[in-house]
Design a protein around this ligand. Structure first.
Ligand code: SIN
Ligand code: MN
Length: 290
């Protein structure tokens, strides 16, 4: 999939592109059907909501689930990012976020690159998030919110929030968010929220400030996020476990466009469980050496 000149300009200006209904119902179903079994696993890669059994986020399914391994090589998700960066990509992070009905908790205001820089020592914001909705997303089930153009501000000051939710995040404070929203148009477009059917895709800049509210509706809002990093921009530190921030910088080779509907063979290195090394971090090594 090639981006038009107009789309490239829009991405540069706003920091995101929205593709409603890019994947059809049959394609999306191959993914949605696999989620309950993945979420039922008692594994470190399933992070549950605070005080609840609901899965907040599942990591690295592309290494142990066939449909998600195919999605991770899908040209509709990978090619536009390759084109924008002019370089091959590797998978920095792969997650299936639950945001389950009644239980899905907030994601505080943040930039993804803040975490990738502070935790993983990723040199530049040459990594992109590509989201695909596995459920219909509406105004009630906790859609992503963006502050258009906020990526132009570069890396913002952030605090490491270990308290609000079950997942640590480098978050941006309320005063700065208010300023950014006012700058982006205040009540007229200062916050946008792409909503649409299952199968819709969003591509967003790693410095774009985003958040989502809790899901008090009776509808799940499961979405997959590929975080694709330019190979030359690979992370320089392994502070987080490998299932969260990957250490294999091999360039992604795309499958054909119909890969969600045909059984193309894919490698599943973690099919029989995560290797112990995936839990090791460079901080462990430092602590052991001390
Ligand atoms: C994220 O920012 O990584 C996830 C946000 C969401 O799923 O709402
Ligand atoms: Mn994020």
């Amino acid at each position: 999939m090639n981006l038009s000149k107009q789309q490239i300009e829009q991405f540069d200006r706003e920091g995101y592109l929205f593709f409603p209904g890019l994947f059809n119902a049959e394609e999306t179903k191959t993914l949605t059907d696999a989620v309950p079994e993945l979420y039922s696993r008692r594994e470190a890669y399933n992070v549950r909501e605070k005080g609840s059994e609901a899965v907040r986020t599942n990591f690295a399914a592309h290494l142990y689930s066939e449909p998600f391994a195919r999605l991770a090589r899908h040209p509709r998700m990978v090619k536009p990012v390759e084109e924008l960066f002019g370089e091959k990509l590797y998978m920095h992070q792969f997650k299936i976020n639950g945001k389950m009905a009644f239980e899905g908790d907030v994601w505080q205001w943040h930039q993804d690159f803040g975490t990738w820089l502070n935790d993983d020592l990723m040199p530049e914001p040459r990594a992109m998030n590509v989201a695909i909705f596995l459920d219909d997303v509406n105004e009630f089930n906790g859609p992503l919110m963006f502050i258009p153009g906020s990526h132009k501000k570069g890396v913002l000051q952030a605090q490491h929030d270990l308290r609000t939710t079950s997942y640590p995040l480098w978050t941006v404070d309320n005063d700065l968010i208010s300023q950014l929203v006012a700058r982006a148009g205040g009540k007229q477009g200062g916050i946008v929220s792409p909503t649409g059917p299952a199968g819709s895709m969003i591509l967003f800049h790693s410095c774009l400030v985003h958040a989502s509210t809790s899901n008090l509706s009776p509808w799940n809002r499961v979405s997959v996020y590929l975080s694709l990093c330019a190979v030359s921009n690979h992370v320089r530190r392994f502070k987080r476990p490998e299932y969260i921030a990957h250490r294999d910088f091999t360039p992604i080779e795309c499958l054909p466009d119909d890969c969600l509907l045909k059984d193309y063979p894919v490698d599943l290195p973690w099919k029989n469980g995560m290797p112990a090394s995936a839990m090791e971090t460079s901080l462990d090594e430092i602590l052991q050496a001390a």
